[in-house]
Design a protein around this ligand. Structure first.
Ligand SMILES: *Cc1c(COP(=O)(O)O)cnc(C)c1O
Length: 399
C-alpha cells in the first residue's frame, strides 16, 4: 500500500492493494492476472460464490422486469421471501433492509417499541456482550461497545449495557427495571469465531422469560447456512423473539432482514419505521433464490460435511505447524485459525500464497468460503495455507 493513495475513497477501511476484475465460484481474478482462492467471501456475503450463474439469471430476469417501486406498494418477491423466512424460522413478520446494521437498528427499535406499546416506555435498555459486533451506525456502535468504534463520534447512544460473554452473574446483575432485551450473536464473528455455549443460550432464554425480556439474535454473519444449519440458533434450539439477518442472505446483493414474532412485531404499526430501498424487487428476488437453495436439507448437510472436511485439513495443518497454529475453532464453514504470529502476518502470507482470509478479534484468522465450495477447493486451500505456513516458518528462522 502506498503512503499517498492514488484514489479519492475515504481511507476507511484499510484496503489491501488488490483490485479484482472478475470472480467465479470460490475464485477471484486480479487485474494483473493472478488468481486467488477466496476464503473470505466478502466477509461471509458471497454465500453461493462469485458470479453464481443461477443468481445472475434471477438478477438479470428481475432487472428486465422491475427494479424498484418503494415499499409503499406490495412487492411480490418480498412477500414470497418473507413467507419463506417465516416458514423456516421462529418468526411471523419480516422487515427488509439494505444491510446488517439496519437490520439491527430495526431489531432495537422493535424491542423498544414493544415495551412502549405495552405502556412501559421506560424499558429501553439492551444488554450486549464483550467481543460483539453489531454494525457501524450510531446505535449499533453503542451496542457493539468497542471504544475504538465509538470514540470521536459524539455522545454514545444511550441504553446499552455490556457484560462479559458466558458470565451469568454479570447478566443477572445488569438486568434492571429499564431492561428491555438481551442482544447476542450465537457465534461471534468479528469477535473471533467465538461460539456461545448451548448452556448459556438456554440460560439467556430462561432469564428473558423470567424477567419478561426479549431475546434478540444477531445472525447477520452466523445465519444463512454458515454454521451448517440455516440459522445458528438451531444448534441450541433456543428461539429468539427478534433476529437480524444480512450478509449471506443476498449472496452479494445488499439486503438484510429483521424478523420478529407476531407478538413483538405488532407494535411496529404503519408510520413507525421505513426504508426507501429496503426489500426492493431486485434484492428480494435474489435473496429468495439464495434462501431456496441454502435452506434445502441436502445443501445444509453438505455444508456440514464440507465443514468437517475443512476442519480436518486445518487440524492436519496445526499438527504440521504446532508452533505456528495454536487453535482451530468454529462450526460448519464458519472457521477460525488462531496463529501464534500476528493474524495480520498470517493473512498476508496466505495472500502471497494465493488464498484470501479475514482477520477477527482474539488474533483469529477467519475462513468463510462459499457454502457451495468443492472438495478440490478445500484441498487447494490446504495446499495454499501450507505454503503460507512454510513461508512464515522460514521467515521466523531468518528473523
Ligand atoms: C457484519 C455484521 C453486522 C453489520 O452488517 P453491515 O451490513 O456491515 O451493516 C452486524 N452484525 C454482525 C454479527 C455482523 O457480522
Amino acid at each position: 500500500m502506498s503512503a499517498v493513495p492514488d484514489h479519492h475513497m475515504m481511507l476507511t477501511p484499510a484496503r489491501a492493494d488488490l483490485t479484482f476484475e472478475r470472480g467465479e465460484g470460490a475464485w477471484l481474478y486480479e487485474k494483473d492476472g493472478r488468481r486467488f482462492l477466496d476464503f473470505g467471501s466478502g466477509v461471509a456475503v458471497n454465500s453461493l460464490g462469485h458470479a453464481n450463474p443461477v443468481l445472475a439469471d434471477v438478477l438479470s430476469a428481475q432487472a428486465q422486469k422491475l427494479w424498484h417501486v418503494s415499499n409503499i406498494y406490495r412487492i411480490a418477491e418480498g412477500e414470497a421471501l418473507a413467507d419463506r423466512l417465516c416458514a423456516l424460522s421462529f418468526a411471523d413478520r419480516v422487515f427488509f433492509t439494505n444491510s446488517g446494521a439496519e437490520a439491527l437498528e430495526c431489531a432495537i427499535k422493535t424491542a423498544r417499541r414493544h415495551f412502549f406499546a405495552k405502556g412501559q416506555p421506560d424499558r429501553y435498555r439492551i444488554i450486549t456482550f464483550a467481543g460483539a459486533f453489531h454494525g457501524r451506525t450510531m446505535a449499533t456502535i453503542a451496542a457493539t461497545g468497542n471504544p475504538a468504534y465509538i470514540e470521536g463520534f459524539g455522545p454514545k447512544v444511550e441504553g446499552f449495557d455490556q457484560v462479559p460473554l458466558h458470565d451469568r452473574a454479570a447478566v443477572e446483575a445488569a438486568i434492571g427495571p429499564e431492561t428491555a432485551a438481551i442482544l447476542i450473536e450465537p457465534v461471534q464473528g468479528e469477535g473471533g469465531i467465538r461460539p456461545v455455549s448451548t448452556e448459556f443460550m438456554r440460560f439467556l432464554r430462561e432469564i428473558c422469560d423470567k424477567h419478561d425480556l426479549l431475546l434478540i439474535l444477531d445472525e447477520v454473519q452466523s445465519g444463512i447456512g454458515r454454521t451448517g444449519k440455516l440459522f445458528a440458533y438451531e444448534w441450541s434450539g433456543v428461539r429468539p423473539d427478534i433476529m437480524a439477518l444480512a450478509k449471506g442472505i443476498g449472496g452479494g446483493f445488499p439486503v438484510g432482514a429483521c424478523l420478529a414474532t407476531e407478538e413483538v412485531a405488532s407494535a411496529m404499526v404503519p408510520g413507525t419505521h421505513g426504508s426507501t430501498y429496503g426489500g426492493n424487487p431486485l434484492a428480494t428476488a435474489v435473496a429468495g433464490k439464495v434462501i431456496e437453495i441454502v435452506s434445502h436439507p441436502e445443501f445444509l448437510e453438505n455444508v456440514r460435511a464440507l465443514g468437517r472436511d475443512l476442519n480436518q485439513r486445518l487440524a492436519q495443518l496445526k499438527a504440521e505447524f504446532p508452533d505456528l497454529i495454536e487453535e482451530i475453532r468454529g462450526e460448519g464453514l464458519f472457521l477460525g485459525i488462531r496463529p501464534s504470529v500476528p493474524a495480520g502476518d498470517f493473512i498476508a502470507a496466505g495472500r502471497e500464497a494465493g488464498i484470501l482470509t479475514i482477520g477477527a478479534g482474539e488474533n483469529v484468522v477467519r475462513l468463510l468460503p462459499p457454502l457451495n465450495i468443492g472438495e478440490e477447493e478445500i484441498r487447494e486451500a490446504y495446499t495454499r495455507l501450507h505454503a503460507a505456513c512454510m513461508a512464515l516458518k522460514s521467515r521466523q528462522r531468518q528473523g
